[in-house]
Design a protein around this ligand. Structure first.
Ligand code: HEM
Length: 497
């Protein structure tokens, strides 16, 4: 009679005779070294943890589809966009940034919005956030910035002093700090927030013309945020709120959706546009570059195993496909190096062979061997190029047009040089666009956070940051100063002319 029963086995497939009692000399005697099943169980258990992501460690992910609803082939030849109705499978991982893998997913923080599109021209990774801008504009500053979001080396606690010290010394961060300090810094789970590719990328069409592009994903569930108090309470009651919310909605067939849109800038506009279009601390005003509809992104399948899919997922901004390219955004350039390096450390050199990362269409190259080779290692096919046996070749059709970078002198150019140092106009405009309730919440959240600044430099850091808020908007500065119960006359003395 057929049975579903299976034999319990070792990792090498040898059936167990006993799974709960170790082999001992007599019922009360010591354990025998020869009980190798005990060793295997303990040893494998000891190796269950892999390094958590150095940032964005806490996350949730799901599979889904991108369906194209509009024709953007005048801008790009990328096959993922080549037909209305075309569907591409994808994996999306959401995350918080600063917390550890076990931290609460309702922390005040940006949210990661990392998408892997499994396209016929290879996997395209768009590794963005729920914010259109970022804290710094040069990758050299990234590690220092992240240290301020993690734990103080002495107290091992999070430190408002470190954060505001860094931000006040880096006014380029003001735009992103304002967004994170608003209620958008505590979104109601992952379904009710927008996603952004954030950087400027490029699109290349069939005529080999280049356009600059920004990618947007507008939530169709509507924007919904926690207030500071609600997020604080949720951290205590359910630190996995966002994970649970995403998982249960997909399990119940309520598939979250986002409208994918783009902003497109003709290549030559970049030379004259009044904002540096490759500066990640700035947005492109929609009045100048309106949103163009592309398609609908839907999440409709929970992975059956968290570790296999979500923890082992590896996204890299380096992975763009034909019809999509990089831009000179310094931050993007830094990330092109950083992510595959992080994956090789966290998951090993063959991380691309793991099911969630694997290109489902075709991989043909001469990379061989290494730890955990699980793809058959290309069997008996030649492992060198050129050779006289296979017909694998590089296809020049995939080449993108040459870049005119407009300069040929290498130097350490000041990222905030004259003309690149307006840190205040866009945050000020953002503030003035907010509803009275949003303004009130923002001020309350900033005051709450800045009250955490302490130590011998408390006054210096507080006043320095206050100057930035004043420069963005006088009313905002006044309201924060009042909330912090500061003597305004004293503060004004520290304001630069
Ligand atoms: C130079 C600047 C940056 C560097 C060096 C950097 C580096 C890293 C590293 C090393 C990881 C961990 C990767 C892993 O172990 O899998 C990571 C994760 C991530 N980063 Fe960045 N990052 C930078 C800026 C940004 C920006 C500007 C964004 C968004 C616009 C961003 C979004 C993300 C996301 C969403 C993840 C998590 C990906 C996932 O879900 O696995 N990062 N970053």
């Amino acid at each position: 009679m057929a049975t579903n029963k299976k034999k319990l086995t070792t990792a090498s497939g040898i059936p167990y005779a006993e799974n709960e009692n170790s082999m001992t000399v007599g019922p009360r005697g010591p354990i025998l070294l020869q009980d190798f099943i005990l060793h295997e169980k303990m040893a494998h258990f000891n190796r269950e943890r892999i390094p958590e992501r150095v940032v964005h460690a806490k996350g949730s992910g799901a599979y889904g589809t991108l369906t194209i609803t509009h024709n953007i082939t005048q801008y790009t030849r990328a096959k993922v966009f080549n037909q209305i109705g075309k569907q591409t499978r994808l994996f999306l991982r959401f995350s918080t940034v600063g917390g550890e893998k076990g931290s609460a997913d309702t922390e005040r923080d940006p949210r990661g919005f990392a998408i892997k599109f499994y396209t016929e021209d290879g996997n395209w990774d768009l590794v963005g956030n729920n914010t259109p801008v970022f804290f710094v504009k040069d990758p050299k500053k990234f590690g220092d910035f992240i240290h301020t979001q993690k734990r103080d080396p002495y107290t091992n606690c999070k430190s408002a002093t470190m954060m505001w010290d860094f931000w006040s010394l880096n006014p380029e961060s003001l735009h992103q700090v304002m967004i994170v300090m608003s209620d958008r810094g505590t979104p109601y789970g992952y379904r009710h927030m927008d996603g952004f590719g954030s950087h400027t990328f490029s699109l290349i069409n069939a005529r080999n013309e280049r356009f600059w592009v920004k990618f947007h994903f507008k939530t169709l569930q509507g924007i919904k945020n926690f207030t500071d108090e609600e997020a604080g309470a949720m951290r205590g009651t359910n630190p996995d709120f966002a994970q649970h919310d995403l998982l249960t909605h997909i399990d119940n067939g309520e598939y979250p959706k986002w409208a994918m849109k783009i902003q497109v800038m003709p290549e030559d506009d970049a030379k004259t546009y009044h904002i540096n279009p490759f500066d990640l601390t700035k947005v492109w005003p929609h009045g100048d570059y309106p949103l163009i509809d592309v398609g609908i992104l839907e999440l409709n399948e929970n992975p059956d195993n968290y570790f296999a899919h979500v923890e082992q997922a590896a996204f890299a901004p380096a992975h763009v496909i034909d019809g999509i390219g990089y831009s000179p955004d310094k931050m993007l350039q830094g990330r092109i190096l950083s992510y595959p390096d992080a994956h090789r450390y966290r998951l090993g050199g063959n991380y691309e062979q793991l099911p969630v990362n694997k290109c489902p269409f075709m991989v043909a190259n001469y990379q061989r061997d290494g730890l955990m080779t699980v793809n058959g290692n290309h069997g008996s096919a030649p492992n060198y190029f050129p050779n006289s046996f296979d017909e694998i070749e590089a296809d020049p059709h995939y080449k993108e047009p040459a870049w005119d970078l407009g300069a040929h002198t290498a130097d350490w150019y000041d990222r905030n040089a004259e003309g690149e140092n307006d840190h205040y106009t866009q945050p000020g405009t953002l503030y003035r666009l907010m509803s009275p309730e949003a303004k009130a919440d923002l001020i309350k959240n900033i005051v709450h956070s800045m009250k955490g600044i302490d130590g011998p430099k408390k006054e210096l850091i507080t006043n320095r940051q206050l100057c930035h808020w004043f420069r963005a908007d006088m009313g905002l500065g006044m309201a924060i100063a009042k909330g912090l119960e500061l003597n305004l006359d004293e503060t004004m003395k520290h304001m630069p002319a």
